[in-house]
Design a protein around this ligand. Structure first.
Ligand SMILES: [Zn+2]
Length: 288
């Protein structure tokens, strides 16, 4: 009898023991499952973070490439070189005729009403970074960049000469984008022109315009005007024959949005007068 009672007690202990072991195993398994779920969540979060990062990066890339109405050069980050190499492209031919100034190379007017001929050619000076400008403005441009640097600034040329083909390519890419969204042909071209100058209407095709940004702030938007570099350039560019071509108070005349980075070479005299009188190039040429 005692033995039976003893055995029952042992059975009870064993059952309890087994229950404890089962509970322990369940706990271990549930811990494992929890860790697995956590690992999965972490992986998903990591992927989501990377995706968001890529989207943000892509968006900023597009912003930089698109906001400049007359330029779509993606070579932001390049610098004006110390040494140069001269190209031997041939003479120029333009259908652009602006009153008596059509013969004055540095005062050629290019806008929606004054187009550059498809065959326009210019003698270029190549900059080390793949950029190039009309050889005649190189010295002044280089001097302006050097002087800015002497003042502790970090200006960066991000867009310069562009061929007619390149401009067409950029314009068509943008128009294609709107065609893809279902806009009519006319609407697509019109909308594209808000972002990229139509072929023949970009000063960059002359080799007389450069887009300069601050090394520390390379976004092509209104805030560019607040950089030390733009403040200095806006104040001093006329001393080197340049003007800020698309001021914010002349949008109705230039038909181009404010671009606190687009500098156009017009020569010392014109730059001085345009700056002193607060004109834009259209107004200056009109009063001549
Ligand atoms: Zn530009």
């Amino acid at each position: 009898m005692r033995t039976n009672t003893h055995n029952r007690k042992i059975d009870v202990y064993r059952r309890n023991d087994n229950r404890r072991t089962d509970a322990y195993n369940r706990r271990i398994n549930s811990n494992k499952k929890r860790k697995k779920v956590l690992r999965k969540r972490k992986a998903i979060l990591r992927i989501m973070f990377l995706s968001v990062f890529c989207v943000v990066l892509f968006y900023f890339g597009r912003t930089i490439a698109n906001l400049d109405l007359l330029s779509n050069n993606t070579e932001i980050g390049s610098n004006i070189p110390a040494s140069i190499q001269i190209n031997t492209n041939k003479a120029k031919k333009i259908i652009n005729t602006n009153k008596s100034d059509s013969s004055t190379w540095n005062l050629i007017l290019v806008n929606n009403d004054h187009l550059i001929d498809e065959d326009f050619e210019v003698t270029l000076t190549n900059l080390k970074n793949g950029h190039s400008v009309d050889s005649r403005i190189y010295d002044d441009l280089q001097k302006m960049m050097n002087d800015a640097r002497k003042n502790g600034l970090s200006p960066l040329i991000c867009s310069s000469y562009r061929t007619y083909e390149k401009q067409s390519e950029l314009y068509n890419e943008k128009a294609d984008y709107y065609r893809g969204l279902g806009y009519s042909e006319e609407e697509s071209l019109k909308k594209a022109a808000n972002w990229v100058a139509a072929p023949g209407t970009s000063e960059h095709q002359l080799g007389l315009a450069v887009d300069i940004v601050s090394l520390n702030y390379q976004m092509l938007n209104d805030d560019q005007e607040n950089t030390k570099e733009q403040k200095w350039l806006m104040e001093h560019c006329h001393e080197y024959g340049f003007i800020l071509r698309y001021p914010k108070d002349k949008i109705d005349i230039t038909q181009v949005g404010y671009e606190p980075w687009h500098y156009r070479y017009v020569g010392y005299d014109a730059a001085k007068e345009i700056t002193e009188k607060g004109l834009c190039l259209e107004e200056y040429l009109e009063q001549k």
